[in-house]
Design a binder for this molecule. Structure first.
Ligand code: AMP
Length: 285
């Protein structure tokens, strides 16, 4: 059986471990997470494992990406179980909040471009500054050759890809497909918040995204498909934040399938739980 990973919580031992990897000419992959790991995270870990000699998984619930009214305090934390699930990983980087953000911390990365397109940014205005700052720090701290992020957080994947390029960080950002429950619900640490009734309603979000993508691919008018889809999501008991068709690379608005490749992205609340998901619109041949 593969050994449990070594957990490192401070910068000096992290640097020593990285220096050992680099002295041996080994490549490094990083998978950043907020912990409470599920099979979606573990798929990223397996992908990263194949792409580098050494694998670091970071576990850090980043206060900077939560607004005061959001769920930072109650976000699920499960470090013991996470470590057990990460057998075969070389190093778990789990800094304390004070290590990441000492009391006199005074710097932010404020992404623009795909971080300012009126999707997540319109509903969580603080979010991409928090993500940009922490991801930049993680990429500098761990200096990986590759870093893997999930398509589940599609706008985040685009923001991080642009950030790494804009800042000339010597890392390749790799996107990994969304892992779903059998009924289609995208796996998420926040699914643990759902009541039984909400859990039963939750797969509607993906079903509507899939159906809408099929209709748009079949030539239906985008605005009509999204109107109907939004109504179906609300009928299932959600409060809809957005259901939008965007260009899959720039995340800019599109008028027709000819402006593609397209991505459908949605966010909606079920009780106190906010779910996000997205799908590709199949391209016509
Ligand atoms: P989180 O712990 O929620 O910050 O997620 C850490 C990484 O795992 C991010 O790159 C997410 O996009 C990715 N991720 C989360 N859920 C899934 C999923 N169901 N499938 C694939 N990747 C995921």
């Amino acid at each position: 059986m593969a050994r449990s990973p070594r957990m490192v919580r401070a910068i000096p031992p992290l640097r020593r471990a990285l220096a050992q990897f680099r002295d041996a000419d080994e490549t490094i992959a990083l998978v950043p997470t907020m912990g409470a790991l599920h099979d979606g995270h573990l798929a990223l870990v397996r992908l990263a494992r194949k792409r580098a000699d050494r694998l670091i998984v970071s576990i850090f619930v980043n206060p900077a990406q939560f607004a005061p009214h959001e769920d930072f305090g109650s976000y699920p934390r499960a470090l013991g179980g996470d470590i057990a699930a990460l057998a075969g990983v070389d190093l778990v980087w789990a800094p304390a909040v004070e290590t990441m953000y000492p009391a006199d911390f005074a710097t932010q990365i404020v992404p623009q471009g795909p971080a300012k397109v009126g999707l997540e940014d319109a509903f969580r205005p603080h979010f991409f500054t928090g993500v940009g700052t922490v991801v930049t720090k993680l990429l500098i701290q761990c200096a990986p050759d590759i870093a893997v992020f999930g398509e589940k957080d599609f706008q985040q994947l685009k923001v991080v890809t642009r950030l790494a390029r804009d800042l000339d960080l010597p890392v390749k950002i790799i996107g990994a497909p969304t892992v779903r429950e059998k009924d289609g619900l995208a796996m998420s640490s926040r699914n643990a918040y759902l009541s039984a009734a909400e859990r039963a309603a939750a797969p509607t979000l993906y079903r509507v995204l899939k159906d809408s993508a099929g209709q748009i691919a079949g030539g239906e008018r985008i605005a009509r498909v999204l109107d109907e889809g939004g109504r179906a999501i609300e009928q299932a008991g959600f409060t809809l934040d957005y259901l939008e068709a965007r260009h899959a690379e720039t995340l800019q608005n599109v008028d027709s399938i000819k402006d593609g490749p397209l991505r459908l992205l949605a966010a909606a609340k079920l009780g106190r739980t906010r779910l996000i998901d997205n799908v590709a619109v199949p391209q016509r041949r």
